[in-house]
Write a protein that binds this ligand. Structure first.
Ligand SMILES: [Zn+2]
Length: 90
């Protein structure tokens, strides 16, 4: 007689699929001050001057003041461009 094999159809809930790791950009240096957001932009003061690429003027900058858009550290803006934006916004 053929034994009826027991089919285990239970879903294994212990294996949680790993969420894809989003690459989160971080500040190039320690943020010591965060200014009030102005529109999409938030200005930050870093503990030390850091090199970064301003995506507004496309220039490499070295500064303590860096503005970021939408709180994302992959969309950086130098203090000069940030100032221009604020003056244009008025
Ligand atoms: Zn700039």
């Amino acid at each position: 007689m053929a034994a009826v094999s027991h089919q285990n159809s239970a879903i294994d809930v212990t294996s949680i699929p790993e969420a894809p790791k989003a690459k989160i950009a971080t500040p190039p240096s320690k943020v010591i001050k965060q200014y009030k957001p102005q529109g999409q932009w938030t200005l930050h003061r870093l503990a030390s001057s850091s090199e970064f690429l301003c995506l507004q003027c496309n220039k490499r900058k070295k500064a303590k003041l860096i503005a970021i858009r939408h709180n994302q550290w992959d969309d950086l803006c130098c203090n000069a461009c940030y100032g221009l934006k604020l003056s244009k916004a008025k």
